[in-house]
Design a protein around this ligand. Structure first.
Ligand SMILES: Nc1ncnc2c1ncn2[C@@H]1O[C@H](COP(=O)(O)OP(=O)(O)OP(=O)(O)O)[C@@H](O)[C@H]1O
Ligand SMILES: [Mg+2]
Length: 147
């Protein structure tokens, strides 16, 4: 499995990272986001959606109370799911219908077959910067968009 850990010193660097990453996405991926409260999962999602469709990016907020937000974009629908308060969620209705982004995923989601999976683990560093550990499953084509 491809794995890489990168340093993100500022929100601007996160924006750059998300923008580069987005150019490799086909719209059928599952992106799993883990990390402490406030580590940057929603901020990353907003930058990612913005770089795909700037208007849709304005709608991105924390779906904590709605569980799922859907953003229609020029390229493909994006399903943004937050499972912080939810134990189980069935992804079968959304997988393969667009890009699926999950904050606080449950364990079973790492094992989903036949779907390209990007696992991004966010860490807050001592200097209040961020690190992201990236793993790719069935998504080797995304490697060239990780810098
Ligand atoms: N380098 C950085 N990358 C990302 N966010 C940063 C960075 N530096 C500071 N921040 C700030 O950290 C906060 C991250 O909040 P965000 O809502 O994205 O976290 P989250 O991981 O989604 O939290 P939650 O688990 O509560 O959903 C934002 O206020 C953002 O401005
Ligand atoms: Mg969040």
């Amino acid at each position: 499995m491809f794995e890489k850990r990168i340093k993100i010193k500022s929100p601007d660097q996160l924006k750059q990272f998300a923008s580069t990453l987005s150019s490799c996405l086909k719209g059928n991926e599952l992106i799993l986001l883990t990390g402490d409260l406030g580590s940057g999962k929603t901020t990353f999602t907003k930058f990612l959606v913005s770089s795909i469709d700037s208007e849709a990016g304005e709608d991105v907020n924390s779906p904590t109370f709605s569980i799922m937000n859907v953003y229609e974009t020029d390229r493909f629908p994006i399903y943004h799911i937050d499972l912080y308060r939810v134990k189980q969620f069935d992804l079968s209705d959304v997988l393969d219908n667009g890009l699926v982004i999950v904050e606080w995923p449950d364990e079973s989601m790492y094992e989903i077959e036949n779907t390209p999976i990007l696992i991004l683990d966010f860490f807050i560093t001592e200097d209040e910067g961020r690190e992201i550990n990236i793993r790719l499953k069935n998504a080797d084509y995304v490697r060239k968009c990780i810098r």
